[in-house]
Write a protein that binds this ligand. Sequence first.
Ligand code: GLN
Length: 496
Amino acid sequence: MTQFHQLSVHELVQGLKNQSFSSTELTEHFINRIDSLDRQINSFITKDFENALAQAKLADKQRADGDNRPLLGVPMAHKDNLCTKGVLTTAGSKMLYNFVSPYDATVVQNIANSGFVSLGKLNMDEFAMGSDNESSHFGAVHNPWDLGRVPGGSSGGSAAAVAAGFVPVATGSDTGGSIRQPASFCGVTGIKPTYGRVSRYGMIAYASSLDQAGTFGKSALDCAYLLDPMSGYDNKDATSINRPSEDYVADILATATDSKPLAGKKIGVAKAYFGAGLDSEVEKSIRTALAKYEELGAKIVEVDITDPAITLATYYLLAPAEASSNLSRYDGVRFGYRCENPKDLHDLYTRSRSEGFGAEVQRRIIMGTYALSAGYFDAYYTKAQKVRRLIVEDFKKAFEKCDIIASPTAPTVAYKLGESLDPASIYLGDVYTIGVNLAGLPALSHPVGQANGLPVGLQLIGKHWAESELLKTAHIYQANTKFHQASSPLAQTDAP
Ligand code: GLN
């Protein structure tokens, strides 16, 4: 018998509407799974079940009283860097181990207003810095496909929770790949929208010129269901762009998926994305997916993009620089962790920060502060900003020749927990995703098969504001293939 966690959001919406089941039943099903199975993967930092059940009951009552919001009563969960009023918000850090936000992020508010029921807060790399979720103060997350492997990061808890059948959809954030790469490692779909599409108000900052919230789901359509209420202008975020809102779900549902549905579309492929470092099994899945796209009518054209090695260096200069500035607010006085018995104010700052931040965060603060220091600012920070401009220009040129650029999402499949390579090798794993953030472009990752039994994701990069096109394209692929339906062993495990 099909269980609730095997249904798509689309099916959940229909079922709730037809009263085939209630939000309370749905919410209880997911809570039961999380309660009995999450100890295997550690995807939740905070389980907010009492609230969730109260919300679900309210949703059922509202629906019975004629409230026809389609998403009313559908369960979801948030990455733990989105502020939730009255609920612990830690950003995966000891620094915020006791921080209860006094307000909701705009995204959280918008999602709640659409009727979704939040089950709690999901594990992540500390302050979203990382690619494997091993830097969380609350412990690593295990990949539902193979408990000995990482789920990717930094939104590892979000990707793993969806892949484990703990929530139908989840929010994430993506500064350099943190939605797309864990989506790839966990065999789910994830989208990072255009910079400015989704409000950053109440999302704990890592690198503000790159950070953008997005969604995870089992399919492009499921991602769209959560992205719709999240998107839109917010006057509380100065970088939010005021554009007419879009309806991604309606766009997808109006898309024809058969008989060469992608005829006329040009998909750009860059040699630079297939260079040394790309696992040969991953490459095979990617090439097969590109062939499928051709079969669906798309034309593959060759494009040039900036040398990924240059993009990587630029990102790992700018992101830590912005982080060092953003994280200066954690001083042991205003938020969260404070050291014991400080001798004086200086000791309070120093020890609170050395004890409150983990090793990777400290490394980034040191790198970033160095790049911003008076003597090196021009040589590093200013130079990197200039290179960033060139990266943007290169993407623009590439998009003169195509509608979408396709690439592997990550050079490898999920690696083993604890294998943690040295930081520089981990940074190398971000090579295909970070250019997108530097240019502010939208991109998604969707599953296209497996390499050695582990999921592989294909990245689709769009022009600015092309979320709808990306989601529709991935939907067409998903309507004609079954890769996104492959579920992890944990998702196939029943709660006792
Ligand atoms: N892995 C990248 C980093 O550590 C990206 C992280 C992210 O997108 N939040 O910076």
